[in-house]
Write a protein that binds this ligand. Structure first.
Ligand code: MEV
Length: 329
């Protein structure tokens, strides 16, 4: 039995635009997906997922057959996406090791589809646990590359390397096209996360931005401007200027909203954070619902979010210095 885990993430700046080659900066956070892989005597592969806000979700693989037995309380497209991610991770494992069977159990304290990188963390941890269980040790970079291929397929070829690279490497990362690098000595930022209890469909949201970008030159300009915000933000990271970072996050949220990927509850949480005195706040990840991230060293934003209609949960997040790691072998 092998247990591996990988962290979720927040986008400090740059989601969506990163799909089109603009830079993005992401920070791994101390919420992880944990995957247990156990070799089996037969050639079947059984996947069980717990705590993915999907009750009793279970997928059985054998001879290429996928059988979903479900007691499910989240929208169906999300289940299809979740199955796609798990299925893709298994395919990657099968490219690396002989196809003996194993059971994979997934536990996660990252809400599914909420912008905190749950799918990337599950895929990264699953590839690591299953390959190690079969006696193969991949580097975090190799795992990131394989996990990216999974996201690319599930999102119909419209995915960046950002989420999977951040989850595999931990700490903070900068991604621009194929150029992925860790940020040495990232600042410890006072992240506060607000979660509205819902989820967005990444594939649909990414396609929506692409359509806007193709239809309107000013939407394409908006995407490029997000890239400019990220480049400006990199200087603020180096100087650890949290106020400047907050201002840039506010700007970034406004542009994401213009691109149609915010929602009423995300906007309400962003404004609650700003009114409470946060340096800045924005949605994180694909949007459409899910999480916002704010910068506030005081308890005021968390308190305000607790009383914000539409906010279901709020918590402080710390930078996670570990990427994918083996928990037990
Ligand atoms: C989703 O977490 C982030 C997006 O930029 C998509 C991607 O980078 O693949 C919206």
């Amino acid at each position: 039995m092998t247990v591996s885990s990988a962290p979720g993430k927040v986008y400090l700046l740059g989601e969506h635009a990163v799909v089109y080659g603009e830079p993005a900066v992401l920070c791994a956070i101390d919420r992880r997906a944990t995957v247990t892989a156990t070799a089996r005597d037969d050639d079947r592969i059984r996947v069980q997922a717990r705590d993915l806000t999907i009750d009793g979700f279970s997928v059985e693989y054998g001879d290429g057959v996928v059988d979903e037995s479900a007691n499910i309380d989240v929208p169906h497209p999300l289940i299809e996406a979740a199955v796609g991610y798990v299925d893709g991770a298994i395919e990657q494992v099968r490219e690396v090791v002989d196809t003996t069977g194993f059971t994979i159990t997934i536990e996660s304290d990252i809400p599914l589809g909420a912008g905190l990188g749950s799918s990337a963390a599950v895929v990264v941890a699953a590839i690591d646990a299953a390959t190690r269980e079969m006696g193969v040790e991949l580097t975090p970079e190799e795992i990131a590359q394989r996990a990216y291929r999974v996201e690319y397929d599930v999102q119909d070829g419209q995915a960046s390397r950002a989420d999977t690279f951040c989850s595999a490497m931990g700490k903070a990362v900068r991604v621009e096209g194929d150029d992925c690098r860790p940020i040495e000595e990232p600042p410890e930022l006072p992240f506060v996360v607000g979660f509205d209890g819902s989820a967005g469909d990444t594939g649909t949201l990414v396609a929506g931005v692409r359509n806007l970008k193709e239809e309107y030159e000013f939407a394409a300009d908006t995407v490029r401007t997000i890239g400019d915000i990220v480049r400006t933000g990199e200087r603020a990271i180096t100087t650890e200027d949290q106020r400047e970072l907050g201002r840039l996050m506010n700007f970034n949220h406004g542009l994401l909203s213009a691109l149609g990927v915010s929602s009423r509850s995300l906007d309400a949480m962003v404004w609650a954070a700003r009114d409470a005195g946060a340096f800045g706040a924005k949605l994180t990840g694909a949007g459409g619902g899910g999480c916002i991230v704010a910068l506030d060293p005081t308890p005021d934003t968390a308190t305000a979010l607790q009383y914000t209609p539409g906010c279901e949960e709020t918590f402080r997040a710390e930078l996670d210095h570990d990427g994918v790691r083996v928990e037990s072998e």
